[in-house]
Every structure is written in structure tokens, then in C-alpha cells.
Design a protein around this ligand. Structure first.
Ligand SMILES: NC(=O)c1ccc[n+]([C@@H]2O[C@H](COP(=O)([O-])OP(=O)(O)OC[C@H]3O[C@@H](n4cnc5c(N)ncnc54)[C@H](OP(=O)(O)O)[C@@H]3O)[C@@H](O)[C@H]2O)c1
Length: 255
């Protein structure tokens, strides 16, 4: 899927978790499609600096933890001070950590839900005053939203909540003509595999081998293959698409 080169001319985009993986690939794609400015966020200043250097002067990097309301307020203020209003908000920041049901501690619950659910909820709520009427919000859910993947019950449930927000907010924001959709990536090769899930190179190779049989497309996704459908949902080409979950999983959960 390709998005016309000038589709996002003059538009201002915010991508939470834009320093790595799917968020960074999306930042690259929005800039290539003509965006005027792309704000990217994350917790690590070093990762953001590296991303900002790669993306060039259309990118603005702001350190902000979505789980921290003071950070979200500061993010809002930094964008406002520049006189910017947002045309697209890609609420993408998220973590994936295994939990063993029967032996899950309170703080494990807090980690996942504070970032993936509370963090995403308050990201969008805090930025609402800066969204233009007619803006597009894309939420990064996951195929996990509708699967019972082993030892991931907290992650699976957190993503089901994200999928649900797309339905509710499409309704809640209808007077402002703001569309809200969810993208649900399948298995995508990003640093989340090593960072949160603690997978080794061998684990990743085994997973790839499994997908070769289980997914009709027979392989993992490249982050660019998630970014393109994110741009589609955010674009005018999707002007009649609202409240949906777009599965981008090579058919894994579709067959
Ligand atoms: N990769 C997959 O297979 C897959 C599949 C389905 C859905 N997803 C979803 O896609 C999204 C992006 O994941 P990814 O695979 O691209 O992983 P990634 O490469 O690890 O990227 C995650 C990004 O989110 C940021 N982040 C994490 N926690 C944050 C917080 N509390 N506040 C602000 N930023 C935060 C990270 O930066 P810092 O660490 O510096 O904060 C990073 O920029 C996640 O929501 C994930 O659940 C991924």
C-alpha cells in the first residue's frame, strides 16, 4: 500500500513512542508523505535524539512518559507554545511484558495497564484540545486484543481496552468530526521482542519458523508494513472509516 507523496502536506502529526519500531517507521512515512512537522515522544532521551537525527528537521522530539500526567501536560504545552494544532495523533506507545497467571504481582499489572491503557487514555484526553476538528486519531492495539496468547493475559487485556476506546471515542468525538480507528499489527520485528518480551535471537528465529507455517503470509511484518496502513487510516482516503480495528497481520488471525 502506498500513500500519495503529498497526502499530509502542511499537516502536524504526533506519534507517541516515535523513537523506535512501528512509531519510528510511521514518523519516517509521514515525513515522506509531506507532513509539516512530526512530534515524536518516548521515555529515553538518547533514543529520541537518535531518531530525531535520522528523521531530520521536520521531527520534534519530546521526552514524555505516557504513564505520567505531568509529562503529558508538558507535551501539550510544548506543542501549544509552538502555535501548533494536531491533524493526526498516533497513540502508539506501548510495552509488552509476559505475566504468569497465578503468580502475577500487583506492580506487573500496574506496569502494563499504566502504560498501555491509562497512558493511552490520558494521552488522547490531554491532547484533545489541540486536535483540529476533523483530525484523525489512530490507536495502536494488537492482534492480542482478540487472542488469548499464553502468559500475556495482562498485555492481551490491555490491547482489548485499546480496541474498545476506538469504538467509544469515535462516538464521543463525533461532533468534532474526529475519526478514531485502531490498527492491530500482527507479529512485527521491532525491539519490543528483546526489550519487553526478553526474546533471544534463537527465540525470534523459532517464532519466525512457527509463523512460516501459521500465518498465510508466512513471515513477520517489517515496521514499514504497519506504518503504511496507519497512514491510510490517518489520511483523507479513509474519510468514511471510523471506529474500526484494522488487522495488519498477514492473515494470521483471519484464517
Ligand atoms: N512489534 C509487534 O509485534 C507488535 C504487535 C502488535 C502491537 N504492537 C504495538 O505497537 C506499539 C509499538 O511497539 P513496537 O513493536 O514498535 O515496540 P518498540 O520498538 O519497543 O517501540 C515502543 C515505543 O514506545 C515507547 N514507549 C514505551 N513505553 C512508553 C511510555 N511509558 N511513554 C512513552 N513512550 C513509551 C518506546 O520508547 P521508550 O522505551 O524510550 O519509552 C518506543 O519509542 C506498542 O503499543 C505495541 O504494543 C507491536
Amino acid at each position: 500500500m502506498s500513500v500519495p507523496a503529498h497526502q499530509f502536506n502542511d499537516q502536524i502529526i504526533l506519534i507517541t513512542g516515535g523513537s523506535s519500531g512501528i512509531g519510528l517507521a510511521s514518523a519516517r512515512a509521514f515525513i515522506a508523505a509531506g507532513a509539516k512537522r512530526v512530534y515524536i515522544t518516548g521515555r529515553s532521551a538518547a533514543k529520541l535524539d537518535q531518531a530525531r537525527e535520522e528523521l531530520g528537521n521536520k521531527a520534534v522530539a519530546i521526552v514524555a512518559d505516557v504513564a505520567n500526567q505531568a509529562d503529558l501536560n508538558r507535551l501539550h504545552n510544548d506543542i501549544q507554545v509552538r502555535g501548533d494544532k494536531l491533524d493526526v495523533l498516533f497513540a502508539n506507545a506501548g510495552i509488552a511484558i509476559r505475566n504468569q497467571f497465578g503468580h502475577t504481582a500487583d506492580n506487573e499489572y500496574g506496569n502494563i495497564f499504566d502504560t498501555n491503557v491509562k497512558g493511552l487514555f490520558f494521552t488522547v484526553q490531554t491532547l484533545l484540545p489541540l486536535l483540529n476538528d476533523g483530525a484523525s486519531v489512530v490507536l495502536n492495539a494488537s492482534i492480542a486484543a482478540s487472542l488469548g496468547m499464553a502468559n500475556l493475559s495482562l498485555y492481551n487485556a490491555s490491547k482489548a481496552a485499546v480496541r474498545s476506546f476506538a469504538r467509544s471515542w469515535a462516538t464521543d468525538l463525533k461532533d468534532r468530526k474526529i475519526r478514531v480507528n485502531a490498527v492491530s499489527p500482527g507479529v512485527t520485528r521491532t525491539p519490543i521482542m528483546e526489550n519487553g518480551l526478553g526474546m533471544s535471537e534463537q527465540d525470534i528465529a523459532n517464532f519466525s519458523a512457527y509463523l512460516a507455517g501459521a500465518a498465510p503470509i508466512g513471515r513477520m511484518a517489517h515496521p514499514d508494513e504497519i506504518a503504511a496502513p496507519v497512514l491510510f487510516l490517518a489520511s483523507k482516503a479513509a474519510s468514511y472509516i471510523n471506529g474500526v480495528e484494522l488487522s495488519v497481520d498477514g492473515g494470521l488471525t483471519q484464517v
